[in-house]
Write a protein that binds this ligand. Structure first.
Ligand SMILES: Nc1ncnc2c1ncn2[C@@H]1O[C@H](COP(=O)(O)OP(=O)(O)OP(=O)(O)O)[C@@H](O)[C@H]1O
Length: 265
């Protein structure tokens, strides 16, 4: 038997269904989702608006409890939030009255892990993200791309194994977004993180992911999976876009998206 299959996955969703219940209605956001993400893998979720991408991240993060099914991290059921899972959003949520360094240390304070060692690690990450020069600056003095890098450092400083990324580049201009994709991709590989990225940008999903899941909606479900070939997967996202096989893959994902978008009309 394949040794990998006998080990618990880093993240596993088994027959996960989730309903949002309000006083007036119960809405099925996702139905019967099965997903396995191995340690160190980078997977992407794409699909039309409302297909349940963010819901899946909230469930993995332990912010929501699934109505049915199981979510396991390293074989253990998710019961609420944990430091093992970091969550990064489109908005950076930096406090404007605190310096960059203080914003990052605040993350350590909240997790109750601030000490000389974790502070030194956070400062090392700031250097890696080319932010050492601005550690005493305030968020308002930084560009959008720099602020997102700070948000990533704040998340990584708490040393999660798993990173959940919800459209972290979507508010940035195109050039900044491409640069940041490379920087974040390299950092996650270097630190051997497992990542799940939600994006509306199909080319980003192929350039960054090992696998791309296309979701359909009403209810949210996995429609198809596209495995990115090693040659594209191993290249930096910017270079991956120039790979000869990239466009074919893009068309494949595009067509799958058309199928799920048409079905939702
Ligand atoms: N807290 C909530 N209460 C009720 N319904 C919700 C709640 N959160 C999400 N939904 C509904 O669940 C469905 C899935 O939402 P979700 O945000 O997960 O989709 P998404 O694929 O991330 O969408 P988008 O691409 O627009 O961000 C949507 O129809 C949404 O309106």
């Amino acid at each position: 038997m394949n040794q990998l299959l006998s080990l618990p996955a880093k993240i596993e969703l088994r027959h996960v269904t989730h309903l949002y219940v309000t006083t007036s209605r119960a809405f099925m956001a996702v139905r019967d989702i099965n997903l396995r993400v191995e340690e160190g893998e980078f997977i992407c979720l794409v699909g039309p608006s409302g297909c349940g991408k963010t819901t899946l991240l909230s469930l993995i993060a332990g912010l929501e409890k699934p109505t049915a099914g199981k979510i396991l991290i390293e074989g253990r059921p998710v019961e609420g939030t944990s430091r093992q899972v970091g969550y990064m959003l489109q908005q950076d949520f930096l406090f404007n009255w605190r310096t960059i360094e203080e914003n990052i240390f605040l993350g350590l304070d909240i997790q109750g892990i601030r000490n000389r060692e974790t502070e030194a690690y956070a400062l090392h990450l700031l250097e890696e993200m080319e932010l050492a020069d601005v550690r005493k600056a305030y968020p308002s003095q930084l560009s959008g791309g720099m602020r997102q890098r700070v948000a990533l450092v704040r998340t990584l400083a708490c040393q999660p194994d798993i990173l959940l990324l919800d459209e972290p580049f979507s508010a940035l201009d195109y050039q900044t977004k491409l640069k940041l994709e490379d920087l974040i991709f390299s950092a996650l590989r270097r630190h051997k993180k497992t990542a799940v990225l939600v994006t509306h940008d199909l080319s980003e999903s192929i350039a960054m992911g090992d696998r791309v899941y296309i979701l359909a909606r009403n209810p949210g479900r996995i429609s198809s999976e596209v495995v990115v070939p090693a040659a594209i997967r191993e290249a930096l996202p910017f270079d991956a876009r120039n790979h000869p096989g990239f466009h074919e893959l893009f068309h494949q994902v595009w067509k799958e998206m058309e199928v799920v978008s048409d079905a939702a009309k």
